[in-house]
Design a binder for this molecule. Structure first.
Ligand code: LLP
Length: 468
């Protein structure tokens, strides 16, 4: 990320991408971000201040071009660096809704789902079940039946699930159920401990020591067709080495399966490539990551003289994280002399729980005054009844006024999907922007939506209201 005009280094311009050829996981603002003649930020050809006037705030603004570019970079990089077949699947937990699924489906990606709800959303978006992979460490029997009925591939996580699925498959009309096995690879990586999954002390996947027992079990279950192996080591990872190590471990397991006459034709290396939330983050590009993983699989397969499997990767954050920003309206201000100045916005931990959950850092710009010099250090707080509801501590911003549009960057992954109604605040609306058009993809939740699931038992309706 370079700054185009040095005189504007000390302004909102500093986060503008300089080229649309960048790797989407390395930009702070979406690839189409520009500043227009009114000094306002535009994304996908839409002026953020105008979007807020039209759709209200907080507002998730998702840039279609950045999302599509990330999909294409993944797909093309696999074509370029891997000689076998490959399939990129979107980890839909990052942001699952109909429009996002449609865009990603149209780019030819598959989908990783982890619940009946994500599976339902993906199917309703029109995705072919042949490209859906169902994850989860505690799928219910109903979820497994649903997955079998719609014929997606099930990534089996543990013994209970394997046995439940075996019973369901034996009764099912389908000839056999396609499964993969998730294993815990025992690979450490440097990321927040809540989002590390590959180390042995993890709730996900079979312990590799159980592998032979599982293979043995599968040889006696013709209604379970084990086509592949899977492992995921964690999220927001900047190193390439752990994924290269994982590739070798997966290929070793694939070889072991041969001893049981199981033919493993697919290896899934999980997701995990990080994105840039602040200048300090330095993830490899999508292309660099794919190259490292693809080459590691190829060389391990050559070493063991195994045919190349279909290689699957399931990124979430690096596909959608940088494609979206959240626009808030600035409200109250509080100066605590010699300590800090707070400015509060009209959202917070309910639309972005990542700072309070993982101490995640973010950057922001004031969208209606992009060239204004950065003269203030302020703490951007949310509107929730919780002191920890801070979106950015010590943000460098121009001086702000109530009504300014503050835009927090890189909010596409795990923001909407982890949003809540804490304090009975409705979830924001989301718009998809593309070539000057903004389309609503998620409606703002209003007061009535907040009551939609509420039930009032008859005896409370009819109860005597008097307190006497
Ligand atoms: N595959 C599996 C099995 C996963 O568990 C995950 C993420 C992914 C793929 C996608 O990983 P990604 O490419 O997005 O790093 N809520 C946390 C992140 C939790 C990640 C959960 N699993 C956050 O906001 O940072």
């Amino acid at each position: 990320m370079l700054i185009t005009d040095i005189s504007q280094e000390n302004s909102g311009y500093r986060y503008l991408p300089t080229t649309t050829l960048s790797s989407p996981n390395q930009v702070l603002l979406p690839l189409t971000a520009k500043v227009n003649s009114s000094d306002c930020l535009e994304i996908g050809g839409c002026d953020l201040s105008k979007l807020v006037e039209q759709f209200g705030s907080p507002l998730y603004v998702l840039d279609e071009e950045t999302l599509r570019t990330a999909c294409r970079q993944y797909r093309e990089s696999f074509k370029k660096y891997y000689s076998g077949q490959s399939q990129v699947i979107y980890a839909s937990k990052a942001w699952s809704c109909l429009a996002v699924c449609r865009v990603i489906d149209s780019e030819g990606l598959g989908f990783d789902v982890v619940s009946g709800g994500e599976l339902y959303t993906t199917l309703q978006a029109g995705v072919d079940s042949g490209r859906i992979y169902f994850h989860g460490n505690n799928k219910s029997a109903e979820e497994l039946e649903y997955a079998v009925d719609c014929d997606c591939t099930i990534i089996v996580d543990n013994w209970l699930e394997l046995k439940t699925l075996s019973a369901i498959a034996a009764q099912s009309e389908a000839k056999s159920v396609r499964i993969m096995l998730r294993l815990t690879p025992g690979i450490e990586c440097h990321t927040h401990e809540y989002i590390r999954t590959g180390h042995l002390d993890s709730k996900f996947g079979f312990d590799p020591n159980e592998l032979e027992e599982v293979f043995n079990y599968l040889t006696q279950r013709s209604h379970l067709n084990c086509i592949g192996l899977h492992a995921h080591i964690g999220s927001q990872i900047f190193e390439r080495q752990p994924h290269q190590d994982l590739a070798i471990v997966l290929v070793e397991w694939m070889r072991k399966a041969q001893e049981y006459n199981l033919t493993i034709t697919e290896l899934n290396v999980g997701g995990g490539l990080g994105i840039r939330y602040t200048e300090a983050d330095d993830p490899p590009t999508i292309e660099e990551w794919v190259k490292a993983v693809a080459k590691a699989i190829e060389s391990a397969c050559n070493q063991y003289q195994l045919p190349l499997p279909k290689l699957i990767a399931e990124p979430g954050r690096s596909l959608i994280g940088s494609a979206c920003v959240t626009a808030y309206m600035v409200g109250s201000r509080k100066e605590v002399p010699e300590v800090r100045t707070y400015i509060s916005v009209d959202g917070g931990m309910s639309d972005n729980p990542r700072p309070i959950t993982y101490q995640s850092l973010y950057r922001a710009v004031v969208a209606n005054r992009m060239s204004a010099p950065l003269t203030e250090k302020v703490t951007v707080a949310g509107k929730h009844c919780e002191s920890g509801d801070v979106i950015i501590k010590d943000a460098l911003l121009p001086s702000t006024e109530p009504g300014d549009v503050l835009v927090v960057l890189s909010t596409g992954a795990y923001n909407y999907s982890m949003a809540s109604n804490y304090n009975r605040i409705g979830r924001p609306a989301a718009v998809l922007v593309h070539q000057g058009e903004a389309n609503l993809i998620l409606q703002r939740e209003g007061y009535q939506d907040l009551l939609r699931q509420d039930c009032l038992p008859e005896r409370l309706i009819n109860s005597d209201d008097s307190h006497s």
